[in-house]
Each structure stands twice: as structure tokens, then as C-alpha cells.
Ligand binder design. Structure first.
Ligand SMILES: [Zn+2]
Length: 153
């Protein structure tokens, strides 16, 4: 287990587009494990590689209350979006803030898993929100640029 330092808003790496991962090798698997450890340590529901200073297209998500349903998305592509939801978001890279963000209610996403196998899933509600938030990180977009009523918490 290894924790990585989280980059904080103001760090320009958070505004850059991350690059595709060509091979899911041991280094990528190690990074995914470290990202999960870091996400759980900070009690986050998701973490994208640029948030730990690595400009690669990968994020991890676990929206379960028990913190035992980790997902790794490598080179994710959101293939379709449906509906709309508006709800609160926060971000480990933007401490002590929260804002209301509009997101699709449902998304279909395809990606590679930790073994380099392609998978596709349709998710809705909070899971869809988490995927959209993390996917934005891969394109250098912070939720604060989309949020209404950004408040200190
Ligand atoms: Zn975030």
C-alpha cells in the first residue's frame, strides 16, 4: 500500500488533458492500487490519475458505503448520456468546497479494466455523476467550472 500526494486546485497539472494508456503494465497496475489506497484514505468516492500528478487516462471509483466495490477505468469513453440530474459535488483536489452540478442521469461508459480487458457498463444516479466528474479530470476540467452555488464547507 502506498499513498500518493493529491494535487490541489491551482496546480496546473489539473488543467491538462491526460494521455491514453498504451499498455496496462505492472506500473499502471501499481498506480491503480495506489490511487485506490489514496482514495480510501481520504474517504473519497473517486480519484483520477492527474490528481496524483500523473497525466494518464485512468480513474478509480467506489460509491459503496462499505468501501468494498472498487472500479478501475482505463482509457474510459463515455459513449452515451441520458437525462439530467443536479446535485452536490466536492473534490479531493478542491478541499472544503461544494457546489451543485448538472450531470446526465445515466451514462454508458466503456473502458479497460485492471487486466487490460475491455468492459462496458451503464450506470445511473450517483455512479453516473462520479464517472462524469472523474472523466472531466482526464480532460483538465474541474467541477468548479461547472458548479452553481459554490460554497465553503
Ligand atoms: Zn475531483
Amino acid at each position: 500500500m502506498a499513498l500518493r500526494d493529491i494535487r490541489i486546485d491551482g496546480d496546473e497539472i489539473l488543467l491538462k488533458r491526460a494521455k491514453e494508456i498504451k499498455t496496462v503494465n505492472e506500473k499502471i497496475k501499481l498506480l491503480a492500487g495506489d490511487m485506490l489506497d489514496t482514495m480510501y484514505d481520504k474517504n473519497g468516492v473517486g480519484l483520477a490519475a492527474p490528481q496524483v500528478g500523473i497525466l494518464k487516462r485512468m480513474f478509480v471509483v467506489d460509491i459503496s458505503e462499505e468501501r468494498n466495490e472498487p472500479y478501475v477505468f482505463i482509457n474510459p469513453v463515455i459513449e452515451s448520456e441520458e437525462g439530467e440530474q443536479c446535485g452536490p459535488e466536492g473534490c479531493l483536489s478542491v478541499p472544503n468546497k461544494q457546489g451543485q452540478v448538472k450531470r446526465p442521469m445515466k451514462v454508458k461508459v466503456k473502458a479497460l479494466d485492471i487486466n487490460g480487458e475491455e468492459f462496458s457498463m451503464e450506470v445511473e444516479g450517483f455512479f453516473a455523476r462520479a464517472i462524469c466528474h472523474e472523466n472531466d479530470h482526464l480532460n483538465g476540467i474541474l467541477y468548479t467550472t461547472k458548479a452553481e452555488d459554490l460554497v465553503e464547507i
